[in-house]
Design a protein around this ligand. Structure first.
Ligand code: 5GP
Length: 226
């Protein structure tokens, strides 16, 4: 039988380096592709329609919701984002894995609808590091930064539902970790990564610096129990 691809969901608070890491993984591994989401937000400079996102109006987005076009969708910072079935079905059927870089509410929906999906959370090494990265972007007001930090804290609380946790202490290592997760799952050997990249192992290391408890209840660790 032809191999069916695996959906990999990657979530992280903003300021964790998620986009850089996901792009590097997709460019280094020919068998995983990005799921191109729909969004109502305006394109940023350099972003291309159909490549970075499908940029649509709110009316069009809601019409698609009504048609049942989305695997998941959510509102984030006042804009709608969603993964269409069309974005993932064709590559998965062709035996390619698909990377969904989505926020935590959408990930919850995927968890309910796609038991074959694997969930990876990217963490900053500490809350201070996250704050520095958010501030490092430049010109935003204190009020906006405070709001983003509050959202980030909420998002961090979702980590307990993810199979794997990658800490972005050093970019190259984080990219290699995500690649190793993709390759291990593909080979049906996810359980081998549990001691290094499983949620509980990572939370033991960096949980205290992020105000997160280790070994929080959630899904069992990654991979089949062998
Ligand atoms: P941005 O506007 O910065 O590109 O993305 C904002 C947030 O929306 C990020 O956390 C990103 O991962 C998330 N996001 C992007 N596409 C989707 C999607 O299709 N569904 C959901 N639920 N979140 C998405």
């Amino acid at each position: 039988m032809e191999r069916h691809g695996i959906p990999f969901v990657v979530s992280a608070p903003s300021g964790t380096g998620k986009t850089t890491i996901c792009r590097a993984v997709v460019s280094r591994d020919p068998d995983i592709v990005f799921s191109v989401s729909h969004t109502t937000r305006a394109p940023r400079s350099g972003e291309r329609d159909g490549v970075d996102y499908h940029f649509v109006s709110r009316e069009e987005f809601l019409r698609l919701v009504g048609e049942g076009a989305f695997l998941e969708h959510a509102e984030y910072r006042g804009q709608l984002y969603g993964t269409s079935w069309a974005a993932i079905d064709a590559p998965l059927r062709a035996g390619r894995d698909v990377l969904l870089e989505i926020e935590v509410q959408g990930a919850r929906q995927v968890r309910l609808r796609r038991p074959d999906a694997r969930f990876v959370f990217l963490l900053p090494p500490s809350f201070e590091a996250l704050e520095q990265r958010l501030r490092g972007r430049g010109t935003e007001s204190e009020e906006l930064i405070a709001r983003r930090l509050a959202v980030a804290r909420q998002e961090l609380g979702e980590v307990e539902h993810y199979d794997y946790v990658v800490v972005n202490e050093e970019l190259e290592r984080a990219i290699e970790s995500l690649l190793s997760i993709v390759r291990a799952e593909r080979a049906g050997r996810g359980a081998e990564l549990r001691p290094s990249l499983g949620r509980e192992a990572a939370l033991r290391r960096v949980g205290p610096a992020l105000g997160l408890g280790a070994g929080a209840p959630g899904r069992p660790g990654p991979g089949p129990a062998v």
